[in-house]
Design a protein around this ligand. Structure first.
Ligand code: FES
Length: 122
């Protein structure tokens, strides 16, 4: 029921962990199941240099977290803000319909971390 990409990112998640003295931190919870995703950013010259995540959630949430970190690294803040939850699910070759809500955490947590980064800059 899961694509090979979902299984790969779930079994071997990229960029797990925390960034000490992160430039931005974002945390979101999924209202439908209570799962939580936290994302840490390192930003240099408006470019996302590093992203790490911690997700207390299901396999699909872990796979989408892992994928969003890979998609965000190297992007400018503006480009990263354009990343959508749907784009993350698409990059994983889709999710089963009943697990689509799990992808709602991914880009939302990233955007939240960017908001936090901008607040710190202001
Ligand atoms: Fe909660 Fe998937 S069941 S994020």
């Amino acid at each position: 029921m899961y694509s090979d990409k979902v299984m790969d990112h779930f079994s071997n998640p990229r960029n797990v962990g925390e960034i000490e003295n992160a430039d931005g931190v974002g945390e979101v919870g999924n209202a439908s199941c209570g799962d939580i995703m936290k994302i840490f950013l390192k930003v240099e010259d408006n470019v996302i240099k590093d992203v790490k995540f911690k997700t207390f959630g299901c396999g699909a949430a872990i796979a989408t977290s892992s994928m969003v970190t890979e998609m965000a690294i190297g992007k400018t803040i503006e480009e990263a803000l354009e990343l959508t939850n749907a784009a993350v699910a698409e990059a994983l070759d889709g999710l089963p319909a009943q697990k689509l809500h799990c992808s709602n955490l991914a880009a939302d947590a990233l955007h939240e971390a960017i908001r936090n980064y901008k607040e710190k800059q202001a």
